[in-house]
Design a protein around this ligand. Structure first.
Ligand SMILES: Nc1ncnc2c1ncn2[C@@H]1O[C@H](COP(=O)(O)OP(=O)(O)OP(=O)(O)O)[C@@H](O)[C@H]1O
Length: 227
């Protein structure tokens, strides 16, 4: 489902004399259906950069990224958007929403975009908000004023509302208490059970151990490394 081959990435710092910073070379990984793979490696080793390339936010310098058979590296923006709509879910730590949109609509939106009827999409959104312990009185309000943990849970609900075949999770349990962390781990386990391929960054080792089948150390993709 996720196949990365020979991926390289450098950043060019245009505001610092065009300095080129090589971050990654010859990166390779595979995540199959029903599998959760955790990215590990010291701070600055390139975990987020790899995740952003796989989500299509950063362009790789070279190499191949196939998501459910679709070549992402070099794909047209329209193809990337279609992949994100149907196949590739992404849960980041931070919620980005338009102001004044009610929480339940924020969560239901990925389903609405796919043409799911409003009542069905809202019911699924409400179920996730309930499971993630977002109080019902907040469902009709915009999440822009919610606490950090509440916003993260809204983001998780939005990420899990459609049964994406491929999921990218960037610190999905970062600011959650133990009770909500367990809910998220259950959602991940359920996604694996229905066959989703999941790639995650989890700084919380207990969470990582609970859901990851394998770990990939991105330090092994540091440019100039001989191993
Ligand atoms: N947009 C960018 N422009 C320039 N350099 C960048 C950019 N994004 C990341 N980098 C650099 O790439 C390297 C890898 O960063 P990245 O955020 O991927 O590491 P990480 O392993 O996710 O770190 P952490 O665990 O601290 O979040 C760092 O040296 C960082 O400074």
């Amino acid at each position: 489902m996720i196949d990365v081959h020979n991926l390289s990435k450098s950043f060019t710092l245009h505001n610092q004399g065009g300095a080129v910073i090589p971050v990654m070379a010859s990166a390779a990984l595979h995540v199959g259906p029903g599998e959760c793979v955790g990215l590990i490696g010291q701070s600055g080793s390139g975990k987020s950069t790899l995740m952003r390339m796989i989500h299509g936010n950063y362009l790789p310098g070279a190499g191949s990224i196939r998501i459910a058979g679709v070549q992402l590296a070099g794909a047209q923006p329209r193809a990337v958007m279609a992949l994100r709509r149907n196949t590739l879910g992404y849960v980041s730590q931070f919620l980005r929403v338009l102001p004044r949109v009610p929480t339940v609509d924020v969560v239901a939106e990925p389903l609405r975009i796919l043409g799911v009827p409003r009542d069905v999409a809202q019911a699924r959104a409400e179920c996730l908000l309930w499971r993630l312990n977002i109080p019902r009185r907040l469902w009709s309000l915009s999440p822009t004023t919610f606490s950090g943990g509440e916003q993260q849970r809204v983001n998780i609900a939005r990420g899990f509302v459609h049964p994406f075949p491929v999921l990218l999770l960037d610190e999905p349990t970062a600011s959650l208490d133990a009770r909500n962390r367990d809910v998220v781990l259950t959602l991940i386990a359920e996604a694996k059970a229905r066959g989703a391929a999941i790639l995650g960054i989890f700084h919380d080792e207990a969470a990582r151990d609970a859901v990851c089948d394998r770990l990939v150390d991105v330090t092994g993709f540091t440019p100039g490394r001989t191993s």
